[in-house]
Design a protein around this ligand. Structure first.
Ligand SMILES: Nc1ncnc2c1ncn2[C@@H]1O[C@H](COP(=O)(O)OP(=O)(O)OP(=O)(O)O)[C@@H](O)[C@H]1O
Ligand SMILES: [Mg+2]
Length: 290
């Protein structure tokens, strides 16, 4: 199925309308409706954010630096509260045995005195896990196998490559079987071939486990190849400028995708919209938006 730009018909590129929500009528695990937020004493960082995230989907969020992407993730995680508008989660979001939400950041959060397997199982130690000890060990071993980290179980973070550390951090965030995973530039420190290798494994894991993912990234290739929808945010105050539906399905060859004409065409389309907003974000203070 070709990838489709889903911006509302009748509006040209660059007019800044919000695209219609994906799968109109389909139940969303998470919705943001008219969300506005300002830090104390500051101008609004977000204003009029409308997002619908279908369960089990991957949503890529791209936008100019400083537009409010990490702030939006903090709101979705419940770390901040909106000043206006609503964030709505489906009622059964926290239904056991799944954990409601985990996060992974750009910064390395592995504990240096713990081995790979202990870092991955950290959640089980810190919470009253419903899994018994042998089930926890089995879960950790399964994830290590899926991410190709066999042989590194007893290594410490300083003994790992950058890619192995990121794989370990990712596995730590999915070990509790979260319903939602929030990723904020998780692989930006890695070189591209390493990143693409990780994409293949993490995509397989999140689809296999039905995890709903929101992914912030500055790497358009990463956003397009991993996502089911890509949202381009406006310059601050941020809202959704354009929505692109990505139709590459649940079986993806991440190396091959980079040469796929549909991928390349989509890359150009998303970049065109993002460039409009980067341009706006660089406008000198006081100059009105076009
Ligand atoms: N704790 C805070 N207090 C006040 N202002 C903040 C705070 N955190 C972020 N901001 C401001 O909010 C705006 C949005 O920041 P945010 O980190 O959400 O942007 P971003 O899109 O994630 O940027 P980047 O792409 O560079 O990571 C920026 O102007 C920033 O200075
Ligand atoms: Mg950020």
């Amino acid at each position: 199925m070709p990838a489709v730009e889903a911006a509302r018909a009748g509006h040209g590129a660059g007019d800044g309308v919000n695209a219609p929500a994906p799968g109109a009528g389909a139940p969303a695990l998470l919705r943001a409706d008219g969300v506005r937020f300002a830090y104390p004493g500051g101008a609004p960082v977000l204003d009029g954010v409308d997002i619908a995230v279908p369960e089990g989907s991957i949503t890529g969020l791209v936008g100019p630096s400083g537009c409010g992407k990490s702030t939006l993730l903090a709101l979705l995680a419940g770390l901040l509260q909106p000043d206006a508008g609503r964030l709505t989660w489906s009622e059964d979001r926290a239904r056991p045995p799944r954990h409601p939400l985990t996060m992974m950041f750009q910064k390395d959060t592995l504990l240096p005195w713990m081995t790979v397997e202990d870092n991955i199982g950290l959640h089980f130690r810190l919470t009253k896990s419903t899994l018994d000890r042998s089930a926890q060990k089995a879960r950790i071993a399964e994830l290590i196998r899926l991410a190709g980290l066999e042989g590194a179980e007893r290594k410490f973070p300083y003994q790992l490559s950058g890619g192995m550390r990121r794989r370990t951090a990712f596995l730590a965030s999915v070990a509790p079987h979260p319903r939602v995973l929030l990723l904020d530039e998780p692989f930006s420190a890695l070189d591209e071939p390493t990143r693409i290798g990780i994409h293949q494994d993490i995509f397989h894991i999140v689809k296999r486990e039905g995890i709903t993912v929101l992914l912030i990234t500055h790497d358009l290739g990463e956003a397009i190849s991993l996502s089911d929808q890509v949202l381009v945010l406006t310059a601050q105050p941020a809202r959704v400028f354009k929505r692109f539906e990505i139709g590459f399905g649940t079986e993806r060859d991440f190396l091959g995708l980079r040469e796929n004409p549909q991928f390349l065409a989509l890359y150009g389309q998303v970049w065109e919209q993002l460039a409009v907003q980067i341009q706006r974000s660089r406008r000198p203070a006081g100059q009105a938006a076009a």
